[in-house]
Write a protein that binds this ligand. Structure first.
Ligand code: NAP
Length: 288
């Protein structure tokens, strides 16, 4: 147990609910390992008190905060400054103390990117199919465009939401718009392509306790997939991942994305650099 003293800097997660979070484990372990005098807690905040909570945390000299659902967009109004990537994505999950207020960043998407790099998955020049068109899928599409994907197809139950993401992405990345399409799963299955796809599963289907569900259970889809990334991390192996593997592809869950969003947030808040060995240690702890 580390000593908490008058010099200990406070950080924490703001969201609702927060009881399930792994962020304290990531940040407190990093602080202990690196000898940073920091303590990280979780703060459940009511919907109508988000602004008050951010101001209060700043007034109480918090070093930084993370923000989780449902406040990643709402918190933007309370910031002094926003990083350009977070502004593009329209969601902030990390607040870093600066003179006069917090600066907001999004580390979810760099976190996913760093997880993919660490798994040897390169996005540049690839054809990618994104399942889902919620808040995370939207950010994933922006990240894929930022990192040079050749083609992005969004398949979502509600087609309108996929179209909305495309419309928004076309404004932000006018040059990448040609590679962006929204289509129902049936249409995707009829697409002719010599190359296989990287599939990013960004729906909530298959999450614990409904572990025997997948947003698509048709082998014809998985035959077109060489790498499958499920952003869900509980269960460790989702049905989506099982189906990718059954059809000869490689499959990964969202645990590394969670880890790296935390690591990047810690780096931004403290100025420390986390090496691969430490990242692996925290990953092993998260898996337990
Ligand atoms: P969200 O905004 O609520 O979006 C949910 C998406 O799932 C929508 O596209 C929705 O389709 C689809 N969906 C839900 N139930 C469905 C069903 N029965 N059939 C077909 N589609 C269905 O959620 P989000 O914030 O984007 O988060 C999505 C997932 O990402 C979460 O469940 C979480 O596991 C994961 N995540 C992981 C990390 C990480 O660090 N690894 C971080 C954040 C989130 P409609 O548009 O048709 O409703």
């Amino acid at each position: 147990m580390r000593d908490i003293s008058g010099t200990t800097r406070i950080c924490g997660l703001l969201g609702n609910p927060v009881e399930h979070t792994k962020s304290p484990l990531i940040h407190n372990t990093l602080a202990e390992k690196l000898g940073v005098d920091l303590c990280y807690g979780a703060f459940r905040v009511d919907e109508d008190r988000v602004e008050e909570a951010v101001k209060g945390a700043y007034a109480l000299n918090f070093l930084g905060m993370n923000v989780t659902v449902p406040y990643k967009s709402r918190v933007i109004a309370s910031l002094k400054e926003i990083d350009p990537l977070a502004a593009k994505i329209g969601a902030v999950n990390t607040l870093v103390r600066t003179s006069g207020g917090f600066k907001g960043y999004n580390t979810d998407m760099p976190g996913l990117y760093r997880a993919m790099c660490s798994d040897g998955v390169d996005i540049k020049g690839e054809r990618i199919v994104v399942l889902g068109a919620g808040g995370v899928a939207r950010a994933v599409v922006m990240m894929l465009l930022e990192n040079g994907a050749k083609e992005i197809i969004i398949c979502n139950r509600t087609q309108k939401k996929a179209m909305d993401i495309i419309e928004e992405a076309e404004k932000i990345f006018p040059d990448g718009s040609k590679a962006l399409m929204a289509m129902p799963m049936d249409e995707f299955l009829m697409q002719e392509s010599a190359d296989k796809y990287i599939a990013i599963q960004a729906t909530s289907v298959g999450m614990y306790p409904k572990v025997d569900e997948a947003v698509c259970d048709n082998d014809a889809f998985y035959e077109k997939v060489k790498v499958g990334y499920d952003l869900i991390f509980n269960p460790e192996e989702t049905l989506f991942m099982k189906l990718v593997k059954k059809n000869g592809g490689k499959a990964y869950n969202g645990l590394k994305m969670l880890l790296y969003q935390g690591i990047i947030a810690f780096e931004l808040m403290t100025g420390e650099k986390i090496n691969d060995e430490t990242a692996d240690e925290i990953l092993a702890k998260l898996k337990k």
